[in-house]
Design a protein. Structure first.
Length: 310
């Protein structure tokens, strides 16, 4: 019996993903998105009002978030983990070669676990979250950011339509990602207390589709699906995709937008000292009334920030 008949195919090619990150680390070109998310995660920690002594940075990339955390009061030790050795050799302190699919740390090791743009590469995201929760001490905090389902929707549309038109079929060219509606449920399923998930959108504009694809390669965010087409795009298909992208999504100034939806996951390792939620229907007053504001449904979205150019 063939191996493929006895073992399910992995969603992501782990070796390909690691090599993509190795290549990005060696080129040293594109860091703007990781740096922006690292800054936003650090700002969210300011709202927590707690100090954390031992910290895990999972998916350290170029170490922007680790460097910011090292300046925070109370931080004594940061463990940087990444599957790409080329990223780890650029850092200092404790470094561990590790994949988010397998978090190689003992239970109750960390006061804080952070992850900037790595968890969307975990095929078994619930399993990865369980491992992170176990690695936290009681009342330890997980704060993570990952790409969401609306990420690169424009590129996905252009590539699929171009391949169908030019080649009569289309393979997956952009990785699937989680939706915001599922994120908080995944945290709760993984055993986190007080789970919170929210989303933000960053729109980056480019002169053309090829410039966007070069940036994705420089970030280490190119296609690593196991079921991806192993051949490069034909020249005609690439030209058709660029034309579709520009015609369908182009801006008045001739540039094209690229959407990055960022999901933020926050959860605490359970501890008896944590507040317990009230029973449904036991509140005497609506929260919106108490705050003097307007209540929105869970499906409403905030206005995204202004687009930035690349």
């Amino acid at each position: 019996m063939a191996a493929s008949e006895t073992q399910p195919m992995m969603l992501f090619d782990r070796r390909a993903w690691r090599l993509h990150r190795e290549r990005a680390a060696q080129r040293g070109e594109v860091e703007f998105l990781h740096a922006e998310i690292a800054e936003r995660l650090a700002d969210r920690l300011d709202d927590v009002g707690r100090q954390f002594r031992i910290v895990l940075d999972l998916g350290v990339h170029r170490g922007t978030l680790s460097r910011a955390l090292a300046l925070r009061p109370g931080v004594e030790c940061i463990v940087a983990a990444d599957p790409a050795l080329a990223f780890l050799t650029q850092g200092t302190g404790l470094r561990v070669a590790a994949d988010p699919e397998l978090v190689p740390f003992r239970d109750h090791s960390f006061d804080l676990a952070v992850s900037a743009l790595a968890l969307h590469w975990a095929a078994d995201l619930p399993g990865a979250l369980v491992q992170l929760r176990r690695s936290l001490k009681p009342d330890g905090l997980l704060l993570a950011a990952m790409l969401g389902g609306a990420t690169l929707a424009e590129l996905r549309t252009a590539l699929i339509e171009a391949e169908l038109a030019e080649e009569g079929g289309a393979g997956p060219r952009v990785s699937p990602t989680a939706d915001l509606s599922d994120a908080a449920a995944l945290l709760q399923r993984a055993g986190f207390a007080l789970p919170v998930a929210d989303a933000d959108t960053i729109t980056v504009t480019y002169p053309d589709m090829l410039a966007l694809m070069r940036d994705l390669r420089g970030m280490g965010e190119t296609n690593a699906l196991s079921a991806r087409r192993r051949t490069t795009l034909r020249r005609g298909t690439l030209a058709r995709a660029a034309a579709i992208y520009s015609e369908r999504f182009g801006l008045a100034d001739g540039r094209i937008p690229a959407t990055f939806e960022i999901l933020y996951l926050t959860g605490w390792a359970p501890d008896s000292s944590q507040p317990k939620p009230l029973k449904p229907g036991s509140a005497a007053q609506r929260l919106a009334d108490a705050l003097g504001t307007t209540e929105f449904s869970a499906g409403d979205r905030a206005t995204p920030p202004a687009a930035r150019n690349r």
